[in-house]
Ligand binder design. Structure first.
Ligand code: CP
Length: 313
């Protein structure tokens, strides 16, 4: 009998164990196959899913909606700009209202770190963090892990280089927490103004500001968008200089391991943190990441609802 996932919510990667990560990735592998085969399932039949997004999104919101519908759920999308949040309603009161509408799962994206934890404490529905400020983005991390595992096999001993805006990135934080648990060695490469204080003290993490050195022999190169919306001031002199020192270029990819994959969570700024030819090149796993995002979100929602189901037809 397969062990079910014993949580009400999925809030952060920091909070979950290596075994729970592996359980989600195993379930994702099954969902990935079903998704690619166009199979619809009934695991969430009769369930109500709400996406509650206080920040913009393309990939996360649409893939949650797609995942929920493939599993048979009803989906309602709420954006803060079109909700009673604009009239001063608090997050907790919005959550209580969604509980009264018999919501089973709320996926929240919020600019404030910790908002999903506040919501989860105050609602009966399962809460999934779709990205909170610069804190965590657990399902992005899980889809990144799934993509790495699919392409490279085992995690232990891999060298993953994360370049770009580490300081303001919830994706970097979730990935660093996960990779520490999985025995992956992480090298971060960025200007010091875009590195969080104390990162060099994290075990399993190396700081190498010279990206040309950092990428030598790397198994994965992960670029991150410069998050100007979270910065109060310009943290590097020019985009041109940033691209020349920290951009993922074809020359840098060529000096990594011959089986390297290049990843990026999106949205992408071509010619800033990654060159267009690398994004579209043969080492790029960026489109595969997006597809994996649907499967990982199917797996997470299925596990949280802890309900065995059967494929339709
Ligand atoms: N990677 C990611 O979170 O993308 P969106 O902002 O489009 O959801």
């Amino acid at each position: 009998m397969t062990k079910q996932f014993a949580r009400k919510d999925l809030l952060g990667i920091k909070d979950i164990s290596k075994q729970e990560i592996e359980r989600i990735l195993d379930e994702t592998a099954k969902m990935f196959t079903s998704f690619k085969q166009g199979e619809k399932m009934s695991y969430l039949s009769g369930k109500n899913v709400v996406t509650l997004f206080y920040e913009n999104s393309t990939r996360t919101r649409t893939s949650f909606e797609s995942a929920a519908k493939l599993l048979g759920a009803t989906v309602i999308n709420i954006s803060a700009s079109a909700s009673s949040v604009q009239k001063g309603e608090t997050l907790v009161d919005t959550g209580i209202t969604l509980d009264s509408l018999l919501t089973d799962i709320i996926i929240i994206r919020h600019p404030m770190g910790g908002a999903p934890w506040l919501l989860a404490r105050n609602v009966k529905a399962s809460v999934i963090n779709g990205g909170d400020g610069m804190n965590e983005h657990p399902t992005q991390c899980l889809l990144d892990l799934f993509t790495i595992k699919r392409n490279l096999g085992e995690f232990k001993g891999l060298k993953v280089v994360i370049s770009g805006d580490i300081k303001y990135s919830r994706v970097a934080r979730s990935n660093i927490w996960a990779m520490q648990k999985l025995g992956v060695h992480v090298t971060v490469s960025a200007p010091y103004s875009l590195l969080p204080a104390g990162i060099e003290q994290l075990s399993g993490v190396t700081v190498e500001p010279d990206l040309d050195k950092a990428v030598q022999g790397a198994n994965v190169i992960m670029g991150l968008r410069v998050q100007s919306e979270r910065q109060n001031t310009a943290l590097f002199p020019s985009v041109k200089e940033f691209n020349s020192l920290w951009g993922i270029t074809e020359a840098r990819v060529a000096s990594a391991d011959s089986n390297v994959i290049v990843m990026h969570p999106g949205p992408i700024n071509r010619g800033v943190e990654i060159d267009g030819s690398v994004r579209d090149g043969e080492k790029s796993a960026v489109s595969e990441q997006v597809t994996a995002g649907v499967a990982v979100r199917m797996a997470v929602m299925h596990l949280l609802m802890n309900k065995e189901g059967k494929a339709n037809g």
